[in-house]
Ligand binder design. Structure first.
Ligand code: E4P
Length: 223
């Protein structure tokens, strides 16, 4: 399983990438806008924290393919190695995905809500497809089923495109897509932390610490 952080909050990225095996960062226009500071400063700071070459997925904002391609080319110079342009799966987006893939970009097709959109993006040359799990669940859809269908389609059609599952609001959704065979997920900081948090683990560790301290002294370790 490959985990990404889905945020533009540099402090959170610094804290969590020190704790967890995070492969990179994904952002979208909403996450960037939330930071209320220049776009280029945010990207520069994220790159400084995750290091050269770590994956950084940045979404284009243009509505037509020409603008999306131009944005991706400019961002590539700025973001450097590990840059993945995120392109939404509109008709113009699919056109941009084809062109960018032809130019050698590793494109992430985003805002996916159906398996057929993912298949189309894969055929157009996308390296990653990002289905939105929670946004579907919130309107009575089944985000995990869509992910499972994409896993199946990519397997039976022998497509090299990977799944970068996105839009999560709870641990159960992450568990379910991992069980369905998705191999990567981009998670908000609170969901990444929640993946390992459990009150029984906390009380167990507290009990071990108390027993050790009673026998060998407060603050002592095996050192
Ligand atoms: C992924 O590409 C998006 O940034 C993101 O996961 C969307 O998540 P949201 O539904 O929580 O906004």
């Amino acid at each position: 399983m490959i985990y990404f952080l889905d945020t533009a909050d540099v402090a959170a990225i610094a804290r969590l990438s020190d704790l967890y095996p995070v492969a990179g960062v994904t952002t979208n226009p909403t996450l960037i806008a939330r930071e209320k500071r220049p776009f280029s400063d945010i990207l520069k700071d994220i790159r400084a924290v995750i290091g050269d070459g770590a994956m950084l997925h940045v979404q284009v904002t243009g509505k037509d393919a020409d603008t999306m391609v131009a944005e991706a080319r400019k961002l590539a110079d700025f973001v450097g190695a590990g840059f993945h342009p995120k392109v939404p799966v509109t008709a113009e987006g699919i056109k941009a995905i084809r062109r960018l893939s032809g130019l050698g970009f590793h494109v992430t097709a985003t805002a996916i809500v159906t398996a057929q959109q993912a298949l189309m993006a894969a055929v157009a040359g996308a390296a990653f497809t990002a289905p939105y799990v929670n946004r579907l669940d919130m309107i009575g859809g089944d985000g995990v089923k869509v992910v499972a269908d994409i896993v199946h389609l990519f397997r039976v059609h022998a497509l090299p495109t990977r799944l970068l599952t996105a839009s999560f609001k709870n641990v159960q959704q992450v568990h379910d897509i991992a069980m369905a065979g998705a191999h990567s997920a981009t998670l908000p900081p609170d969901i990444l932390e929640a993946l390992i948090r459990h009150p029984l683990t906390d009380s167990g560790v507290a009990g071990f610490a108390a027993d050790w301290a009673a026998a060998y002294g407060e603050g002592s370790t095996t050192l």
